[in-house]
Design a protein around this ligand. Sequence first.
Ligand code: HEC
Length: 174
Amino acid sequence: MNKNVLSGGLAIIALVIGIMNYISIAELNTSIENERSETVQSSMEEGEEEEHYELAKAMTYMQRYSHKLYLAGSNENWELSEFYAHEIEETIEEIEKAKVVDEGYDISKLVGTMTNPSFEKVEQSIHDQDAKAFADSYKLLVQSCNACHQTTEHQFIKIEVPKNGNAFNQDFSK
Ligand code: HEC
């Protein structure tokens, strides 16, 4: 075997190995690209979901209106209480329409089911202008907020009956 044939043979082997590598790298690239585009696609979908509805913002309204509702009701300002109760009702309806699923929990389905029983009692107490019934039903409303936070693994968000010295109707302790 002369040198030329040998180096020719080696060149062919190198070429074959080169082609094989090229093919497998190309395959690898294709599969990485596919995976990435799937991830991008799904993160885009998730992004869209978050973008189309911000549950935390709606919850901020729930907190704000429920706090003001308490302050109005405990002052027996029934006209103002009715206003805030109505705002809460609208926020609940908005969440229901938004079809929000948060970490696998169907919030839109849960929100009415969990708040309606206590919320209806609050509305009734406002209608009856009954301060005692208002205070009792408000506690139930707060419990329904917390029940959902617990169910949806947000147990660290603890709503409470407003207290003097706390700017929020929320328990910030550990
Ligand atoms: C159907 C379930 C559900 C009910 C009922 C519910 N929440 Fe929430 N709440 C959530 C979830 C889920 C989050 C977390 C949202 C997120 O991850 O962005 C949250 C977050 C919050 C936050 C944190 C946002 C912030 O601004 O600090 C507050 C406050 C809050 N809720 C208040 C309330 C109040 C007040 C009520 C009752 C009047 C209530 N929630 C009823 C599910 C619920």
